[in-house]
Write a protein that binds this ligand. Structure first.
Ligand SMILES: [Zn+2]
Length: 238
């Protein structure tokens, strides 16, 4: 299945019928995690732009961020993937509004034999401020949750890995040691030798492509960008 051909075909069908194109949320297709039917991701084919790339699917992970039932399920699923690969974890840093999932993940991790650094009794969950150039800021009251700690970075979606790389640099600047990364949807399993534990991968979303803006086939065909996308969601452009 190709997102590009489907999208062009859909658009031509809509034009022939002279109908208004369907809104993004009306075109969601459900994908289930390969090893857990209860965990669902929505995606819609089209022409979307992130800060670094153009993509042929908008991947929506909102339900796992805002619905406690889905977040709890996703946390259980994720901890199974980490169980034998992460030994020590002190703090979960939540990006892209993943703090509900992060809190459930902390609860699940504490039930396993994944340990904490000496003298810590509980996992910390923090949400950094992000400045206008996408750097993470940790205020004085939050710094003790980062400095000298084993950090697990949690994100919503990841395509080029550039945001993760930048976030890891910021955490290291504050004295944290990033021991693992999870993104609800990820195209990668490793960023700069750090393991990534995705809930969904491109194997679950066949045909997903990310392009450099200059090489984007939609732009070359003059198809306008439908929405700007980041880990928080999408903003329509037309
Ligand atoms: Zn494009």
């Amino acid at each position: 299945m190709s997102g590009l051909s489907d999208f062009i075909q859909d658009n031509s069908v809509m034009r022939e019928g002279n109908k208004k194109p369907k809104a993004i949320h009306e075109r969601f297709i459900e994908f289930h995690a390969q090893d857990d039917e209860q965990i669902v991701l929505n995606a819609v084919p089209g022409h979307f732009a992130t800060i670094q790339s153009h993509i042929n699917y908008y991947v929506d992970v909102t339900s796992m961020k805002v619905r406690t039932k889905e977040a709890r399920e996703a946390a259980k699923h994720l901890v199974e993937k980490m169980r034998h690969k992460v030994q020590v974890l002190d703090t979960i840093v939540c990006m892209d509004g993943t703090q509900v999932l992060g809190a459930y993940l902390a609860e699940e991790v504490e039930k396993t034999n994944i340990g904490m650094s000496p003298h810590h009794e509980t996992i910390r969950v923090v949400c950094p401020e992000v400045n206008s150039v996408n750097q993470l800021l940790f205020r004085e009251n939050i710094k003790p949750s980062i400095q000298g700690r084993k950090i697990f970075l949690l994100l919503a979606t990841m395509s080029t890995g550039e945001t993760v790389r930048q976030s890891m640099e910021c955490i290291e600047y504050y004295g944290g040691d990033v021991i693992g990364v999870s993104s609800i949807f990820s195209t990668r399993h490793v960023v700069d030798s750090t393991d990534v534990f995705p809930i969904f991968t491109i194997d679950d979303l066949p045909g997903y492509e990310s392009y450099k803006p200059a090489d984007c086939p939609f732009c070359k065909k003059g198809i306008p960008i439908e929405a700007m996308v980041n880990g928080y969601g999408y903003s329509k452009l037309r």
